[in-house]
Design a protein around this ligand. Structure first.
Ligand code: NAD
Length: 491
């Protein structure tokens, strides 16, 4: 590929890092270097914060909500027009099937359009306090937002933060994951092309321990919006507390997929395959624990494992590929390690093992769709986030036990319930401690629907009207309406 974005984007300019460092970004499926990218450091974060602050108090403050909306819609149109090019770039950098990257770019487009529509509807409220006081509230931007995003959905995760932040009048310093800087940098370029003023969206790739830490600690940043691992989120919240930044955290998951014996088993098998193997299982919302009622366990396990074995694993750019590579060899090794742990703890391998991928691909970066049956919910493989194409099967006896097992993890991001009994679907959904529950559907993330976690999956809701609360401060303005002269001390 030619013309890859390889520089930091600060104040509307493509810049080298101040200390001149670069780092390699890869095409993991082929085990090849994609580009050398400028590696930001704390000084670059400082420059980006200055640019963001200047834009906040300057050009962006002078931009009316209607013009912000228009700019966001133009950015959405640019992404839509370039879906194919962006999807290829994303697919190469992440190793994910290109058709999935295309779908995610369409979600990014819809997210920008959703929040463009909110820019002119940031309403406060008015209140007559008593005959002498009337008040009204304003929804003002929080200020400079530091957005730190992961590698699994790079452009979509950027859009989930950039769209509401800009709609509400904030400016940003965006840090993509070190592994996947490409599409976030492209997004910054396209924002300029869409007429968003220089300095409003700055993009600084670099290591989490340097650039991410500098963002969390910087006194010029008012709010940190983070998506990533729970441990990283906890550390960011601790660092951000020192300057009392606002923080929102979208973290890890270990989500249950509950199959009752009265469910349509074919639909449950097909939906459950998507829920774990999409993005090669590298999804925060992956339903990585399948819980099956005793009466349906054997039939479900054999049908699901057979389908898992039949999924095409291979070149992310091939339209037939259902499961691409993982983000890196190192991550694939970690996932394989989890499979070993699951089997040592008594699980039974129902699908998985060696792959025959042919020439040109880095086989070590791939993991076959894996199913481990007969897993107890307290096993490590059922409690820890594997973040790969690995799912466990666990039996349950009745509804109460299903709910107990579903909730018996530290996370609470997503869940799916498969049942033919409508009342049961809602009953179980209400008792599951997670941010979203699908009844007879694996799809729980849509623009307009709140997305976020309970428990160790974080706090804050994205993708919906609730997200605007994360990016606005409420200001109360009070007016004296009394006809009497002011003499509050009665003197
Ligand atoms: P990660 O926590 O390793 O990294 C996320 C981002 O944080 C990256 O940009 C990274 O460079 C940065 N970072 C790392 N250390 C940092 C530090 N000390 N200070 C500041 N920033 C730092 O996560 P990942 O491996 O990129 O992504 C996978 C994780 O993200 C999984 O746990 C997954 O469940 C989670 N995730 C959650 C959601 C959600 O919406 N809940 C969505 C996608 C991914």
């Amino acid at each position: 590929m030619t013309d890859l974005p390889t520089k930091l984007l600060i104040g509307g300019e493509a810049r080298d890092a101040q200390d001149g460092r670069t780092f390699a970004t890869f095409d993991p499926a082929h085990g090849a270097e994609l580009a050398q990218v400028a590696q930001g450091g704390p000084d670059d974060v400082d420059a980006a914060v200055t640019a963001a602050r200047d834009a906040l108090d300057g050009a962006w403050m002078k931009t009316s909500p209607a013009k912000r909306a228009r700019a966001l819609n133009r950015l959405a149109q640019l992404l839509d027009d370039r879906t194919d090019e962006l999807a290829e770039l994303e697919s190469r950098n992440v190793g994910k099937a290109k058709w999935q990257c295309e779908a995610e770019i369409k979600v990014a487009v819809a997210t920008l359009e959703l929040f463009a529509g909110t820019a002119q509807h940031l309403y406060g409220r008015s209140h007559v306090v008593n005959p002498a006081v009337v008040s009204y509230t304003l929804k003002e931007p929080v200020g400079v937002v530091g957005a730190i995003i992961p590698w699994n959905y790079p452009l979509m995760m950027a859009a989930w933060k950039v769209a509401p932040a800009l709609a509400a009048g904030n400016t940003l310093v965006l840090k993509p994951a070190s592994a996947t800087p490409m599409t976030a940098l492209r997004l910054g370029e396209l924002a300029l092309e869409a007429g968003i003023p220089a300095g409003v969206l700055n993009v600084v790739p670099g290591p989490g321990g340097e650039v991410g830490e500098a963002i969390a600690a910087h006194p010029g940043i008012d709010k940190v919006a983070f998506t990533g691992e729970t441990g990283t989120g906890r550390r960011i919240a601790e660092t951000a507390a020192k300057t009392l930044k606002r923080v929102s955290l979208e973290l890890g998951g270990k989500s249950p997929n509950i199959v009752f014996a009265d469910a349509d088993l074919d639909a449950a098998v097909l939906g459950s395959l998507w829920a774990i193997y999409y993005a090669a299982g590298q999804s925060c919302e992956a339903r990585s624990r399948i819980l099956v009622e005793d009466g349906a366990y054997d039939a479900f396990a054999s049908a699901f494992a057979e389908r898992a074995r039949s999924l095409t694993v291979g070149d992310p750019l091939s339209p037939d590929t259902k499961v691409g590579s993982l983000i890196s060899r190192a991550h694939a090794d970690r996932v394989r390690g989890f499979v070993d742990i699951g089997l040592e703890d008594g699980g039974e391998l129902l699908a998985g093992g060696d792959l025959d991928l042919g020439d040109g691909l880095d086989a070590d970066a791939f993991v076959a769709p894996t199913v481990i049956g007969g897993v107890a919910n307290d096993a490590r493989i059922a409690q820890e986030e594997v973040f790969g194409p690995v799912v466990t099967l666990t039996r349950f006896a009745d509804e109460a036990e299903a709910v107990r097992i579903a909730n018996d993890v530290r996370y609470g991001l997503a869940a799916t319930v498969w049942t033919g009994d409508g009342g049961r679907g809602h009953r179980v959904a209400q008792r599951i401690r997670s941010g979203a529950v699908g009844i007879n559907t694996p799809f729980i993330a849509f623009p307009g629907v709140p997305f976020g976690g309970f428990k160790d999956s974080g706090y804050g809701r994205e993708q919906s009207i609730e997200a605007l609360d994360l990016y606005t401060e409420t200001k109360a303005i009070l007016q004296n309406t009394s006809a009497k002269p002011m003499n509050p001390l009665g003197i």
